[in-house]
Design a binder for this molecule. Structure first.
Ligand SMILES: Cc1cc2nc3c(=O)[nH]c(=O)nc-3n(C[C@H](O)[C@H](O)[C@H](O)COP(=O)(O)OP(=O)(O)OC[C@H]3O[C@@H](n4cnc5c(N)ncnc54)[C@H](O)[C@@H]3O)c2cc1C
Length: 410
């Protein structure tokens, strides 16, 4: 079986890694011109099953070494005393299977693990897919046309594979009422490994240090009742939009905005979900944000992408193209639960009113001081804990190819 994967961020390389371990040939096509150097992007969290998958890939030590190490958070609000949160304790209390890492670092580590086992086509994109029931003919912007047994879209919230095979984005995008932006700045406030955030009703700004570069990230989130009209590929338009939204904010925002124009890693997107309810059509499938983005920053999308890519690889290796259907059945509960989280988390992260503005800092400061078993209980009762800790991961060890280093039979 030959599988084409579109997208080399998180879901794509995990899928490529496991398919190779099961003896399946893969090509990964990625729109960006080369592998990201690693230090760009925002911090993402790996929880639960995702940490188990990374461990099984033999990459846990590397991921832990690359973690952000942000241990201290200060939450500020106008007219209230700052709240100091011990993030190290908060995370340790939530779960012993957690790590926070820059998305670029994670992508670098995952892609490097597949660099010699998958063929990578950088700076290219699929332009057409024709599934005739026995295979898929694929055309690209630059490479010559090819034929594959299965094509998988791991190309994120604005997936090209989804548009080509499942239809336009708009009807399957659910706006949760917010936006977020992230970009690099110098470490203007001597943060080191600290994070500062200022919350107000409907808006928040944050900045945290990046120990590997000695720089910092600026992050902004805001709510709007209506969807904003902009081109998601036009970074300059998005920068103007962000600057307009925060030009009266005060706090440390004016200094952070001074570095907006020059930022070459600017990220801006809607806090939106992909609500598609099937992720396979014939021999074409979707994984990660492309199929079921639970909403950036509020839904545990990175962990979901890793766990579901692992399951997709196992199902394809076990069942061939029919594995797309068994994969869909196996990941549905995890996806549904993750998509249920976003709207709830959004309500506490970007406060919609005075009560929410008081609640999050209070909870964030109190919970880490509770005994660990009580913290674990609180965590297990909330939606995030339940989604990421649902059904155990399937075991595909008997599919490992004889040349796979992890196969004890070799
Ligand atoms: C600011 C921010 C904070 C976040 N915080 C968290 C968090 O704390 N915890 C968490 O779990 N998740 C978080 N997320 C979400 C997380 O980043 C995604 O859910 C996760 O990366 C999904 O991985 P993916 O591989 O499915 O898609 P993506 O990471 O979006 O990757 C898609 C890849 O496809 C490529 N691509 C796009 N179009 C094409 C094309 N036409 N052809 C070829 N390649 C293409 C892209 O360049 C990219 O490499 C956050 C997101 C943001 C933006």
């Amino acid at each position: 079986m030959k599988v084409l994967i579109s997208g080399a961020s998180v879901a794509g390389p995990v899928l490529a890694y496991w398919l190779d371990r099961y003896g399946v040939e893969t090509t990964v096509v990625e729109r960006t011109p080369a592998l990201r150097h690693g230090l760009g992007g925002h911090a993402v969290d790996l929880f639960g099953h995702a940490t188990d998958v990374v461990r099984q890939m033999g990459l846990w030590a590397e991921v832990v070494d690359a973690r952000t190490m942000i241990e201290k958070l200060t939450i500020e609000r106008t007219g209230a005393r700052p709240v100091h949160v011990d993030l190290g304790r908060l995370y340790a209390g939530m779960s012993d299977r957690h790590v926070e890492i820059l998305r670029g670092e994670l992508t670098r580590i995952l892609s490097a693990a597949t660099a010699h086992t998958s063929e990578y086509l950088f700076g290219d994109s699929i332009t057409a897919l024709a599934d005739d029931g026995a295979g898929v003919d694929v055309t690209f912007e630059h490479s010559a046309p090819r034929r594959y047994d299965v094509v998988i879209g791991a190309d994120g919230m604005h997936s090209t594979v989804r548009r080509l095979a499942f239809g336009p984005e708009e009807p399957v995008r659910r706006h949760l009422g917010g936006y977020l932006a992230v970009y690099s700045t110098p470490d203007l406030f001597g943060l080191g490994t600290e994070m500062l955030t200022h919350q107000s009703i409907n808006r928040l700004a944050a900045t945290y240090g990046v120990r590997q570069t000695g720089q910092a990230r600026a992050a902004f989130m805001f709510r709007t009742d209506t969807e904003l009209a902009y081109d998601y590929r036009d970074k300059d338009e998005q920068k103007r939009l962000l600057a307009r939204e925060f030009d009266d904010y005060g706090w440390r925002v004016p200094q952070l905005l001074e570095h907006l124009e020059a930022a070459d890693d600017f990220y801006f997107d809607a806090i939106a979900q992909i609500t598609l309810d099937t992720w396979q059509r014939g021999r074409i499938g979707l994984v990660g944000d492309a199929g079921y983005c639970p909403a950036p920053a509020v839904g545990g999308g990175t962990s979901l992408a890793i766990a579901t890519a692992y399951i997709l690889a196992g199902e394809l290796a076990a069942n061939g193209p029919d594995g797309l259907r068994s994969y869909e059945a196996k990941v549905r509960q995890m996806v549904d639960r993750s998509r249920a989280i976003g709207p709830k988390v959004m309500g506490s992260i970007i406060p919609g009113g005075p009560a929410a503005l008081r609640l999050l800092p209070w909870a964030a400061s109190v919970v880490p001081k509770l005994p660990t078993p009580i913290q674990r209980f609180i965590w297990s009762q909330n939606a995030v804990g339940k989604a990421l800790g649902s059904a155990p991961l399937p075991d595909y060890a008997d599919l490992l190819s004889p040349r796979s280093p992890a196969n004890p039979a070799q």
